[in-house]
Design a protein around this ligand. Sequence first.
Ligand SMILES: [Zn+2]
Length: 384
Amino acid sequence: MWRILCGIVVLAAIVNPLAETRGVRRRRAVKLQLDNYLSYDGIMEYLDQLARSYSSRVTLKNVGRTYEKRVLKVAMITNGDGRPGKRVIFLDAALHSREWMTPAAALLTIHKLVVEFEENSDLLADFDWHIMPLANPDGYVYSRNTDRYWRNTRTPNGGNCFGTNLNRNFAVDWKVGFSQLEDPCDENYAGSAPFSEVEARTVRDIMHILVDSQRAVMYLSLHTANRSVFYPWVYNTAPVSNQKEHDEIGRFVADRIRQSTGTFIKTWQYAKFDGTFGGTSMDYALLAGFPLSFVFEMSGVGQDQVEYKFFPPARDIRHLAEESWTGIRAFAEKAIEKYPPSRVIAYKQMVEPPNNAASRIRGFSSLVCILFIYLTNVFGSNSL
Ligand SMILES: [Zn+2]
């Protein structure tokens, strides 16, 4: 008996350092490249590598295929303790394809949670993360290769017009707000129907799965480059029921970033900032049952203080991604603090998306439209 036990101890002593060595080798192999903007293939390759090397903590799921047949992937990240049913932070990036910094920040977030797990394990103790680093790959490839300002999907709309703005395609006051939402040649085109785009349907389905399984806590959608934290509503100027909570979290994030890099981030209920319109994923998430929903408009200002907006030079990618991670970490810390497992979340049935109210609101929104255009001119924004 003792001989067997001793044998096991000796074996473990031999095997364990080997496992450690393998671990170190694995870590060296999975390097996140932030010296240049990654291609679609580069992003997919990084995710595949990571899932292979950290299979106990990362599961990749193919959740859909785009119009041009590219795979939509979600990285589901845990701390590997095997406890099912944890609450979830759902993060997506690049709904708008020209916002090149957002996949970089999403990938850095994945990297921090997986490769730099020890430093960030507090964010995974009671929460899992589901991250979709490239929500609009067709648009991203087109933006990288053909027309860098391309914002939409690549679905044909008839004639010579292509693409739908995914952040106008969700079933919340769809097509309500301003005239360009109905123009199939405009970058604000809301699509041929609510959820006409597979990318929007995919994000919607993830939201509903998380709410139905009572795991949904925070939806965080990355955009650039307004240097803002936005919270709902966009379609309505009424306050959300937990407005104070949203506002507090937004200010916490802004403070953390300012202390870290000096960048000034504003916190707004979107409708108060830039007028009302329909179709956004952020509004839909809250209506679907997420208690918290945000857009984080990351900075596009380089270290030379130049406003590069969507396309900061390659030398600034790492710095801006790290700054965004500082913000994303702050979002998560506060969400976890506000929604510990001990706090019961009353998940309701989905509030009927207010599309039926469209005609009622349309008259009002044409007035708002004037204000919207005015504010857009003043702030030069509307990148949500
Ligand atoms: Zn955007």
